[in-house]
Each structure stands twice: as C-alpha cells, then as structure tokens.
Design a protein around this ligand. Sequence first.
Ligand code: ZN
Length: 441
Amino acid sequence: MTSEVVELLQELIRNQCVNDGTPESGHEHRSVSTLIEYLGVAGETFEPMPGRQSLFYRVPGSEPDAPTLGLAPHIDVVPVDPSGWSQDPFGAEIVDGFVFGRGAVDMLNVTAAMAVAAKPYLTGEIQPRGDLLFVALADEEGGGKYGAQPFVYERWEIAEVDYMLTEVAYPKMSYANRPAIPVATGEKGAFWSLLSSAGTPGHGSAPFGSDNALEKMVRAVQGIFAEPMPVAITEEWRDFVENLNLDDFLKEELVDPDRVDQALESLAIDDPLFARYAHAVTHLTISPNMLKAGVKANVIASAATANVDIRALPGVDRSFVDSFLYKAMGSARDDVDITPIQDFEATKSPIGNPLWLAIEDTVEVIEGHRNLLPTIMNVATDARFWRKRGTIAYGVGLYDDRMDFSEMLALFHGHDERVSVDSVEKTTRMYREILARFLGP
Ligand SMILES: [Zn+2]
C-alpha cells in the first residue's frame, strides 16, 4: 500500500511544474491545487505573474513570545532531457522501491514530507506554540523572481519568521568515519557578471592590424580559465573533512589552502562528483559559460560579450570579485568592462539554538546519534531571501542507506532522478518530530 506522502509526491511530480526560466513556464498553480486538496483547508495564494502561484498558510501560535517557524519548500522543477532517462520523468512510477521523476530529490520529496507533517497544524487539529508559516513556493529554480523574492519583499508581515526550514536535504555523508547528517546552514553568493569588449568594424577579408572585439574577449576569457581559483577554507569545511574516513595526510591537505588543489586531483580519481562538490565549497568559482560576438562572418567584430557564473563563499564581495577578474584577464584587462548581473553575497545561519536542538533530538531518536554537520551549499536556494532579513534558515532531510551523498549530487537536476519510498517516509517522520519538538502541542 502506498502511503499518503508517497501519493502526494507522485502527484506533485505528475503535475510537471517545469520551470525553464521563462515567465510563462512553471505552471505552479497545478501543484497549489494539489496541495490545497490534500490539506483540505483553503489557503491563500500569491501570484505575481499569472500561473506562477505560491500557496501559504500562517497559523497563529498560542504563546505570543514563542519562536515562529516557517516551512518553505518549492514546487517547481527543472527541465529534463527524456532521452537520458530509463523511466518517464513525469510518470512517478515506483521501480524497485524508488519513486522516479523530476523533482524526486529537488525537492518535491521534502515538499510532500513538509505538507504531511504540517497538516494537523494547518487544519487546526494541533495548535502550535509559536506561529507556523507553511509556504509552497513557485520559481525557486528561476531564482525566486516570481516566488520567494517578491513574497519576502512585498508580504513580509506574512513571511516574517524567526526560523525556517527549506533546501537542501542532503543524505548522510559518504566516507564518514562516524555517522553524520549534513545540514545546509548557508549558501554561496552569486556574482554573475557580463564582460564586454568593443572593436572597430571593417572588412573581414583584410584583418591585418584590425581592432577586433572578439580577440580581446578571447584573451580575457582565456586568462580567466587559466587563473587558479582563489581558495577559502571555511570552518564548515574543516568540520566536514574531520568527519571523512580518509587517511590523515589527505585530510590535512584538504584543509590546507596551499595543498587543497592537489588533494582534490587525487580525490577526483575515485569520486569525481564529490571532488567537484569539494572544490566548489572551498573556492571562489568562476565559469565563463556564454560567448557572443560579431554580426556576420565577413565583418570584423565590433562587440563581444561573455557571461560568467561566479559563486563566492562568505566574506567575498563584489570588489574582491572584480579585482580578481581584472587580474586574471591580464593584458585584456583595459579592453574589457565588467557589468554585474547578480550581486548576492553568501548567507549563513548560526547553529546552537532551539531549532538546531530540535533537529539534533530528532536525529537522535530516528538515527541513534546526534551528529549534525553544518554545511555551506554551492547552489542558491530561497533561504537566502529570509537569511538576509535575519531569519535562521536550514535545509535538512533523512534518507535510507540506498542514497549516498555523491549519488544525490548527481541526481540533482540529473537523469533518472529518484528517491526511495523509505527515504520519503523517513523524512516525513523527521519533520513530524521536529515540529512536535519545536512547536509542541
Ligand atoms: Zn531545489
């Protein structure tokens, strides 16, 4: 028999709320209807663009001074390339105990678990001590423009909470020397940039001595690719490495700014996915991903641009990013302008508070240990909008032994995204326990 959380997850997957980044994609109103029907209580919707619906409930607590809690999962998913899948990406079929489908780990599994755990509070069956906000958000995968961002900016009287749970729900650590559950406590900042260069148009048949915008941009981008990315070893990374079951020499290297790069090379031989993650959470990463120049094959390029994805750890700001880019561009630095596309510094929440304790206690009851690992994510989530306003936000989940850390990294936005039925039920139990401890009856 399929449990209610699995049925809800299946329905959310089948709704195909695919967000391709365009305003008219997403269609999150479908999953809003599913959630309203499941919860059996009319909620309120927030819809800054037709079809881009978020659903929210705010249940008042019985004690005015008790801390308030938000559950803020997202309901959109990223597109798929069906040719890489062994199952229908929106069929939500259960095969060998796994629910297959886009969103199975990012993050409809948690969305379903949160809805099931929150239901008795939303229906009035249980009154929380502090206010409970449940908000199922649109457009997380598009950067929150039609979801979390306007919701936080325009509806703060509803959105304001002391604590919040959202993405990412990591499975337990790979190569751990003792059991540990990573908890997302922060995320890197985004400093996406547009580089542009100018030249003088002329006939492409006579390029001698020409002033070609593309030549300048290629030099600039080559310089960026060649420059080693700056290392930053965070305390979270130190804790993470401390928990790894690797030989001591490699562990020392992994937290040494001068030796981490060579350590990652050797790590990559056995586990390239984990090495990629480890690199991302120990470096300012810079990836030029789009290059555009010229108007025609026989016209010297008078303009060129490059879009660069830049992600920074806590403590890095725009001026650091720009001075690094100028240095890396070398001889092209005077020919290229940098325009910021995104300026969002890394965000991070402290630990050791009532919510952290509630998670520790819950993990102890279910897993038999209370070893939580604060983790900085390399990706951006909706948590950043709340953290900027002072909310303490985490991402947490539980999986069974059939999902390990590196494997989940591959499934995020990957082919054959799937989650085991047991994992979804375990995460649901976790949220029930956390809510009971934090909000009490
Ligand atoms: Zn997500």
